[in-house]
Structure formats: C-alpha cells, structure tokens
Design a protein around this ligand. Sequence first.
Ligand code: DAH
Length: 348
Amino acid sequence: MNRDEWKEKLSLIKDSFFSALSQPGPDNAEALKVAYLGRKGELSLLLRDLKDFPIEERKALGALGNALKAEFEAALDAKAGVSGRFEARDKCAEDLTLPGYPFPKGGLHPLTVAAAKMCEGFQKLGFSVADGPLIEEDLFNFEALNFAPDHPARDMQDTFYVDLKDARGKDLLLRTHTSPVQIRTMKNTAPPLRVISAGRVFRSEAVDASHSFVFHQLEGFALDRNITMADLKWTLDAFIKDMFGSSAKTAFSPSFFPFVEPGAQVAVSCVFCPGSGARCPVCKGTGWIELLGAGVIHPNVVRNCGYDPEQWSGFAFGAGVERFAMLLYGISDMRTLYENDLRVLKQL
Ligand code: DAH
C-alpha cells in the first residue's frame, strides 16, 4: 500500500464511520467504538499499517490518522451523551402524554361538616354568623353572662386559666363555652339581632367516650322587641326538624344557666329507635336524646350589654357540635372524632 492508497482508505473509513454513526439506536455508539477504534478496529488496523512506511511519511500520515481518531472519539462521546439523556427520559416516562398519577383528594372532617350543617340550618332561618376569640376575658366568659365571681355555677365549667392578665388585671382564660360571643356581639352591634357562632371551647376535663378538654359548640341568640320563649321553641323545633327530619319531636325541660331565665334543656325524640326504645344504647330507653341548653336571655345580661330589658328581650341556645356529629354519623365514642384515623374518617 502506498501513501495515496493509505489516504484513500482513511477517507473511506471516515465516510463509513459517520454514515454508521448517523443511524438511530442507543447502542450504536458502543458498537462503532469497537468496530473502528478497538484493537482490531478499522482505524486501528490502518494506523498499524504505517509501520511499513518510511519515517517521514509515517509521521505525516500518522498525524492524519490520529486526528481522525480524536474526531471519532469526540463524535462517539457526543452521541453517548445524547442517548444517555434519551435513556433517562425513557426510564421515567415512557409516554409523556399519559394522564398523571391520581392525587388523593382530602375531605372535610365530620366535625366541620356537622358545624357547617348546623350553621346552614340557622342561616336558612335568617341568622348571620359571628366569631369570637379563643382566649377570653373573665368579663365576657363569666361576669357579663351573670356568673358572679364566687357563684357556684362557675364550677360547672372547669376552666383553663392563661398566665396573662386582661386590662383589669384579671387572669385571661380559654373560653369554656361560645356564650361570650353573645356579649361581644350585643355590645358591638345594634339589635334586632339573630346571630350564630361555632367554634372550639376548652374545659379541664379527662377524656372519655363523651368528654374532651377541647370540643366544639354552636351558640345562637336573638335580641329584639317582644321576643319570648315561644320564639325560642319555634326556632329550635324548625332547626331540629331540618337536621333530623320532619318527624323529629322536640322536648323542653327546665334547667339552670345563669344567663337565661327561664332556662331549658332541649331534647330530640330518639332518631335511632323510633318507638321501641328499651335497649337503645343512644337514648338508653328514654326515647329522648339531650341536645342543647337554651332559654330566654336573663335581664341582667341584656342590661350588661347596654340595653334596657324592659325594651329589649332575647333568647339564646348552645349546642355541642360533637353531639350532633355523633348523631348524624352514628358514632358512639367521641374520641373517634379526634383520633383522625383515616381508615375511619374515610367511612364517614
Ligand atoms: N354555654 C352553656 C354551656 O356551655 C350552653 C348554653 C346553655 C348556651 C343555655 C346558651 C344557653 O346560650 O341559653 O354549658
């Protein structure tokens, strides 16, 4: 082989290399590397042929051959880089047009649903919604609601006190009920008023199937001229029928709360054992389920909020949201509502 033949061969190898390299296929680069640059590769063999050439020609042709070798290596590296990227893409998503993985949707907690249902029931009757703080002053949580400082009625509500004082130097507390919203709203807004408010309340109580140190209440009240117990009875009866169906009956029995006079305990006819009753675990055979406290707003409370009780009167009620949620979902242990076990919540 003379010098020109060698050069001709080099040029053929170059053409066939680049034409092979342009073919698609991820493993192409590796195969070409062996076929051209491997120990028995075409370019390697051609370079080895140079040993028979005179020294000057060997140098010149060797430089050409080595330049082409570098060119092949660079082209192979570039191709390997590209196919590497394709491979990574192919591994993570074979078809980028397929829909994505489903993302689990959350749902509202049963307590949220129960509170919203209760609020809706009263909104339909013309009540609007108010809010109040969780950390309260003694004035709003007790005093203005007609709990005298040493009155034993305060013992009904074991209170968490906060290590902070209000403007009068009294200990702040975690509200024990939602009734302070009555005072705050009456002091800030002119009657006629029809207002509800739902939220968390706190009492220092041991946790069991029907008690917790944090629970939820829905408060409601009306203040207007000539409001009587009859307005309260009609309103609660309409609400209870809306929640439990038109056959639900409402019973009022006398009870004591310092901020109402008269005060009542309100019960609904058992929704689980219509009629029979004797062994019903919910009403314990009485046929009635206690739902809430209510009454006609005490004249002292009306006065404490700046109104003349001869001119203005009202009714009020307070209900446990947990109690409603348990009845609506048929839950017998209140702790179910706080444990947040998704296996349970998903069934509700
Ligand atoms: N605040 C009372 C409690 O937590 C419930 C209550 C009773 C609220 C009678 C009222 C009411 O508005 O009139 O025990």
